[in-house]
Design a protein around this ligand. Structure first.
Ligand code: PEP
Ligand code: MG
Length: 583
């Protein structure tokens, strides 16, 4: 390329570290699906050719759709394959086959004609009152994009198409995109947007692949096939590095592999401080496949099973049996350890399209119908999960907990539904653990401030700092523009955590933390000092947190906690941590 100078000075980008480790590989660019369309006048004698081009694109789109339908049929069954029929019907609708051709006949290019026709249809769909029909506009838009791709000769890219080791570069990735990387050869990923505790980042950690997010314009800076280094520890991305830099990173990668092998030796040792105080280090998972990683890294249980993945990429609510089989499988594998299943926390940045009537897009989903609010409003969503969790509790040591609780009444209401679920199971003669422990996530400031009242009505508390920080500091956890304000060491956060721990203990309940804060060794020392009973982190982070706990006395950790709680700001807090960490 002719832009050597620019490349050599600006091939290093700083983003937000989202998942640790170093990855080196070739770029797989997930292009944004925005098409830039221009109107081109087509002379009369070219119109026939233009309509032919459009018809060819329709034929190609149809055959791609049939192939997709076949794949869905093979992998998911007949019921799901029928979903593809809806798309095929749109493709055959006269508004596509007739109206677009009519528009081309007016003397415009096929892309523009298609765009104009769809724009009109989509606008009229937006006026429809009925939510279900209004939402069909997305299907029409999707079909339109498929045709456009073929008209423009653009290849559709999907993560499942990756055939050799690659680094994925995208504007944004949804949690369901990230989940589909599981089967793939993705060595790491980087995105333009996102924050450290966005769910996309969390899924990357559970997959143990390095990731950097919030790079703003990385998609515009790289090309397919470029070599990329991702440093997920520092949040650095290097595009087409010099050979020397590449060598350095390869060496660093080897060192890190060796260090993690060393840490794995702690697998069977307890998380016990040098003065004999023991806490539990558990792991967070997003799906049952991760149980292997949990055990491999030596976690003593699952402190947070995010159940949302069961709701992704489907159009109906999972059944009680699906829940039961899924959780039962995990519970059995984890014995003798326990598994805390978090009831579904849809909303916020975890979107699903599970066909619940009356759900409309929200202006501010993080403050909207999310987590327990959604479940209480839609018992048809909540009850099958409660019953599935209860039934699985007969097969292992299962506990359940509610997300996004903002007041004690929500706990009482959820508990009522839980009692109802138990009654129904008794009547059906199905077994479950009558003494199942019920916990509440403390992730909303109002819940933290009333933790004493909440603790009286449950068996344990689990502090979800990912949300507690965003709601307390008014900092969107997925917005890279305010990422520097997202600070677990903000005094307000430390005070809230400390008071929640005290409230739980006063009520005679145990308290854990399952937010990302627990996975940082520096913070883990403070948390030990504050008296948390359990820290639950990504499976790969278990060894380093165990090591931290095993290297400090609880007395020192307590002194550190007292000091940081009296420090006026971040600088003073960090100084205190440094002072306590130097032997
Ligand atoms: C949290 O908010 O800290 C938490 C663990 O829940 P999630 O990250 O799934 O919102
Ligand atoms: Mg949360």
């Amino acid at each position: 390329m002719t832009t050597e100078k620019k490349d050599s000075v600006s091939n290093v980008m700083q983003g937000i570290p989202a998942s640790p480790g170093i990855a080196i590989g070739k770029v797989f660019l997930l292009e944004d699906e925005e098409f830039c369309l221009v109107q081109v006048d087509v002379p009369k004698d070219e119109i026939k050719k233009e309509t032919g081009r459009f018809r060819d694109a329709l034929t190609k789109t149809r055959s791609e759709m049939l192939q997709t339908k076949e794949k869905i049929f093979k992998n998911l069954g007949k019921e799901y394959a029928r979903l593809a029929d809806a798309y095929l019907l749109i493709l055959e609708d006269p508004l596509i086959t007739r109206d677009v051709v009519k528009k081309i006949n007016e003397g415009v290019n096929a892309e523009y004609a298609l765009y104009k026709v769809l724009e009109k249809v989509i606008r009229s769909f937006e006026m429809i009152d009925d939510e279900y029909f209004r939402e069909r506009r997305n299907d029409i838009q999707d079909v339109g994009k498929k045709i456009l791709r073929n008209l423009l000769g653009k290849e559709r890219r999907a993560l499942s198409e990756i055939s050799s080791e690659a680094i994925v570069v995208g504007h944004n990735l949804t949690p369901s995109d990230t989940i589909s990387m599981r089967e793939n050869l993705v060595k790491g990923f980087v995105t333009d947007i996102g924050g450290r505790t966005s769910h996309t980042a969390i899924v990357a950690q559970s997959l143990e692949i390095p990731a950097v997010v919030g790079l703003k314009n990385v998609t515009a800076r790289v090309r397919e096939g470029d070599i990329l280094i991702i440093d997920g520890n520092q949040g650095v991305v290097i595009i087409n590095p010099e050979p020397q830099i590449l060598d350095n990173y390869r060496r660093e990668q080897d060192i890190q592999f060796a260090q993690s092998r060393e840490l794995e030796k702690l697998r069977d040792l307890p998380a016990q401080s040098t003065d004999g105080h023991r806490i539990t280090i558990a792991a967070n998972i997003d799906n049952p496949d991760e149980t292997k990683a949990v055990l491999k890294h030596g976690a003593e249980g699952i402190g947070l099973y995010r159940s949302e993945f069961m709701y992704f990429n489907r159009s109906s609510v999972p059944t009680e049996d699906e829940h039961f089989h899924n959780y039962s499988q995990v519970a059995k594998k984890m014995l003798p350890y326990s598994v805390i299943i978090r009831t579904v926390d849809l909303g916020g940045d975890k979107l699903g399209s599970i066909g619940l009537e009356g759900i409309t897009p929200e202006g501010n989903p993080f403050l909207g119908l999310r987590g327990i609010r959604l479940c209480l409003k839609y018992p048809q969503l909540f009850m099958p999960q409660l019953k599935g969790i209860l039934r699985a509790s007969a097969d292992g040591r299962i506990k359940l907990m509610y997300p996004m609780i903002s007041n004690v009444d929500e706990v009482l209401e959820a508990n009522k539904l839980l009692d109802k679920a138990k009654e129904e199971l008794r009547a059906e003669g199905k077994k479950f653990d009558e003494h199942i422990e019920v916990g509440v996530m403390i992730e909303v400031p109002s819940a933290a401030l009333t933790a004493d009242v909440i603790a009286e009505n449950c068996d344990f508390l689990s502090i979800g700092t990912n949300d507690l920080i965003q709601y307390t500091l008014a900092v969107d956890r997925v917005n890279e523009n305010v990422a520097s304000l997202y600070d677990p060491l903000n005094l307000s956060i430390l005070r809230l955590i400390n008071s929640v721990v005290a409230a739980a203990h006063k009520a005679g309940k145990w308290v854990g933390m399952c937010g990302e804060m627990a996975a940082d060794p520096m913070y883990a020392m403070i948390l030990l000092g504050m008296g948390l009973n359990e820290l639950s982190v990504a499976p790969a982070a278990v060894p380093k947190i165990k090591k931290t706990i095993r290297n400090i006395s609880q007395a020192d950790a307590k002194a550190l906690a007292i000091d940081v709680l009296e420090s006026p700001n971040r600088v003073a807090i960090i100084n205190n941590i440094k002072r306590h960490s130097t032997p």
